[in-house]
Design a protein around this ligand. Structure first.
Ligand SMILES: [Zn+2]
Length: 146
């Protein structure tokens, strides 16, 4: 390549750059790149936030589960027993989450006692009552009181 043609090519390249990469085009490209970077940061932040929220929810759910288990094992859940039942053959019901049997007979038909006392009477848990929810409710009410 001669010096003249090299100079010409350089001139052409400069012209080409000037045409395709005007200051406005260059700044437009820079702005689009920065906007994309901004969107990327927002997306990353949102994904991280969602991950943290999921992590928090999982941690809280696990603690709720442990609280319910502790309440369930405390033998302190409020129960309903029927004074008419004979020991060994009857069940006790949850006061907080009773089954339909309790609703049919009405709360007045039952005595309230902690689960420990119901077990002392050789009664067994009613399988129709929602003990899981009752334990969760009891755990939350107890936690607020202490
Ligand atoms: Zn029941």
């Amino acid at each position: 390549m001669t010096g003249a043609s090299f100079g010409f090519a350089r001139t052409l390249a400069g012209y080409h750059r000037e045409v395709t990469t005007t200051p406005a085009a260059a700044s437009g490209h820079a702005i689009r790149t920065l906007q994309q970077r901004k969107l990327q940061l927002i997306r990353q932040h949102r994904a991280e936030q969602q991950r943290l929220v999921r992590e928090l929810q999982a941690g809280l759910a696990q603690i709720d589960q442990l609280m319910a288990e502790a309440a369930d094992g405390s033998l302190a859940l409020p129960c309903l027993v029927s004074p008419a039942t004979s020991p060994g053959t009857a069940v006790y019901h949850s006061k907080d989450q009773p089954c339909g049997w309790v609703w049919i007979h009405g709360l007045d038909a039952f005595e309230e006692c902690p689960e420990h006392d119901a077990l002392q009477r050789h009664l067994t848990r009613c399988t129709a009552c929602d003990w899981k929810t009752a334990a969760t409710t009891y755990a939350h009410n107890n936690a607020q009181g202490s």
